[in-house]
Structure formats: C-alpha cells, structure tokens
Ligand binder design. Structure first.
Ligand code: NAP
Length: 321
C-alpha cells in the first residue's frame, strides 16, 4: 500500500493553507475534506477581516479560492470524505477514510470546531423545524419571513446572525446570559444600533417550545438575575453560542486538553511526533480565519522539516520539530 507523505484532515482555512504550502514543497498532499467542505466559513456571510479584501469576501468564495490555489500546486482532494478512525501509535500512521485505509508519514489535523448546543428540552427535537445553527443557511426559509426570531448568544456570531436575520424576520431578539456582549466592538455596536434587534439581557433559554406541535412557537426564558420565567413567542431559534472542537476521533491518539482541544507542544507539534495540528481544533483563544490560515502554514512547514529530518542520514542528531 502506498504511504502518503502528508495527509491533511479538514478543509477550512487551516487545512487549505497547509495544503498550499505542502503542495508547493512538492509533497503532493492528500486532503480529506470532511462532510462539509470548506468548513464553518462557508456558512458565514461576508468575511470583512481577512486581509487583502478591502470590500470583504463571501465566506464560500474565499474557501473556493483557497481550494483552487491548493489544487493548482498538486493537492489531491478526497471530497466529502470522513476520517472515521486513526491509529497514531505505529508508523506509518493509519487512517480509515470511508472504509478505505490510508497510510501517512505525517498528518496535519485541521478539523475545526462544530456548533455548541444549548442542551435544553426541545432543541434537539425541533432542529430544522425552527431550531437552527446557521442563519445564512436557513434564514431565508418562508417560515421565518415577517416573524419574530430569537438569536441566542452574545459573541460575534450571534451579532452577525441577528443582523442577517433582520432581512427576513419582523423582529430579532438577541437573548444573552449577561448584560453586555462579548462580541467585538464594531459587531456589538452594529447589532445594538439596528432598530429591528432587541437585546434580552441576563436571560437563558430553558426550553424551546413547542414539542407537541412539532415546530418552534417560542422559547421559555429565565432571567438569571431575578429568576423570573417568561415565554417569548418566535418562529425560529438561531443558536450561536460558540463552538466545540471536532476532535472525538483523536481521543486516545493525541493529547487533548480538558475542553477537547488538541494540546499544542510548541509550533504546531502535538504529543505524537509527525502529527501536527492547525486551526480552531487547537485554538480556543483567537479562532479567526486568518489565525487558522497562519497555523496551517506553520503545520505545513513543521511537517516538511520533520520529513526532511526523517530522510536525513543523521536523523538522531537533527532537531525534529
Ligand atoms: P464566542 O465568542 O465564544 O461567543 C459565544 C457566546 O455564547 C458568548 O456570548 C457566551 O456567553 C454565549 N454562550 C456560551 N455558552 C452558552 C450557553 N450554554 N448558553 C447561553 N449562552 C452561551 O463564539 P462566537 O460568537 O461563535 O465566535 C467565535 C470566534 O469566531 C470569535 O473569535 C469571533 O470573534 C469569531 N467570529 C468572527 C466573526 C467576524 O469577524 N465576522 C463572525 C463570527 C465569529 P458569555 O459571553 O457569557 O461567555
């Protein structure tokens, strides 16, 4: 069986950047996209803070450009494929991709993060029946037109989703568990200045209603300061409360921290020499498209140097990244 020099798992900013760099280093990387090629950025609207695009760029377009650039230099892509299992305890590393085994000298983990769930009654049962995690994907559905909508969260995502939904809803309630937003100043100010957005401070969703009817009719809220409960009628609940790293398949294979992020041991190194990591699955702090891209670049350079060191006849004396 052929052993790949570099296998990259994930197709967000980190994965594509790692692919561009390793492809340009003539390592002919194999990139496995995961179920959602392009990652979370394909579900956003305009990306305004990626350097080089003064008018912003559509998230999907940005990812398509990165993919085209990676392929131009020889990246091979396994589209919509999922890595189901990995075995990093022996060399070469082994990965099972859609039931097929792939072997690799180095692996770059760039699997990103998924949406955090509220974990309240009704959320799961009414998913896609009024509960959603992506305004850009679902906001234009007829069921939300001219209806009151709820966005849960206080970060940039929540503000962005709320702003986007004002195009469709009659009103957008921004339900946040504190009395000030976590979002960046510009996003927070933009949201609070929008006459169609009404913040609901100090409040948490206790239940999404109405499971009996099979679609969303409202949310049951609890004010965390007064303890008061109330029902806020709405046709849609857009959950935007952050993310959790997609690292379940790496548990027991590389060291993770207590929140499930891959532990970084300097640069892009993980606890397994030859396995590198980049992007949101290893970053609970910055979580930006540009930082993920930068980490992808670092992982590619580290993988390239690792391979060069392994090929060197004096491998024991070479500082392996
Ligand atoms: P985030 O910054 O982690 O914010 C999550 C929000 O959800 C916080 O306000 C948090 O409340 C709240 N929250 C968390 N768990 C909750 C729970 N169980 N119940 C109720 N509320 C809960 O996540 P994000 O907004 O998705 O942003 C992630 C990263 O992407 C950030 O770095 C952000 O800057 C970036 N981003 C950038 C853009 C842009 O620039 N266009 C757009 C979207 C995201 P607390 O504040 O009380 O913790």
């Amino acid at each position: 069986m052929n052993t790949e020099k570099v296998v990259i798992i994930g197709s967000g900013c980190a994965g594509w950047t790692a692919a561009i760099y390793t492809a340009r280093a003539n390592l002919s990387p194999l990139l496995i996209t995961g179920a959602q090629p392009g990652g979370l950025l394909t579900t956003t609207t305009t990306v305004e803070n990626f350097p080089g695009f003064r008018d912003g760029i559509d998230g999907y377009a940005l990812m398509s450009e990165m993919q085209a650039q990676a392929e131009r230099f020889g990246t091979r892509v396994k589209l919509c494929s999922l890595v189901e299992k990995v075995e990093f305890s022996s060399r070469p590393f082994r990965l099972w991709v859609d039931d097929e085994e792939v072997r690799a000298e180095t692996v770059i983990i760039a699997v990103g993060a998924g949406h955090r769930h509220l974990g309240v009654p009704g959320e799961h049962e009414l998913e896609n029946k009024g509960v959603t995690f992506c305004a850009t994907c679902d906001g234009a559905f007829p069921r939300y037109r001219n209806q009151p909508l709820v966005v849960v969260g206080g970060g940039d995502s929540a503000c962005e989703e709320a702003g986007y939904l004002t195009r469709f809803g009659s009103k957008v309630y921004l339900v946040h568990r504190r009395d000030s937003l976590r979002a960046s100043k510009i996003m927070a100010e933009r949201a609070l200045a929008n006459p169609k957005i009404e913040p609901v401070w100090d409040s948490v969703v206790e239940e999404v209603l109405d499971r009996a009817s099979g679609h969303v009719t409202g949310v049951r809220l609890r004010n965390v300061v007064t303890g008061e409960q109330s029902v806020l009628p709405c046709a849609g609940v857009f959950v935007a409360i952050g993310h959790v790293p997609n690292t379940a398949i790496f548990r027991d294979q590389v060291e993770l921290d207590e929140d499930g992020y891959v532990r970084l041991l300097g640069g892009s190194r993980t606890s397994v020499p030859g396995v590198f990591v980049a992007g949101d699955c290893a970053d609970s702090v910055y979580r930006q498209a540009i930082t993920a891209a930068g980490m992808g670049c670092m992982a590619a350079i580290d993988a390239e140097r690792y391979l060069a060191a392994c090929d060197s006849p004096v491998v024991e004396q070479v500082a392996v990244p």
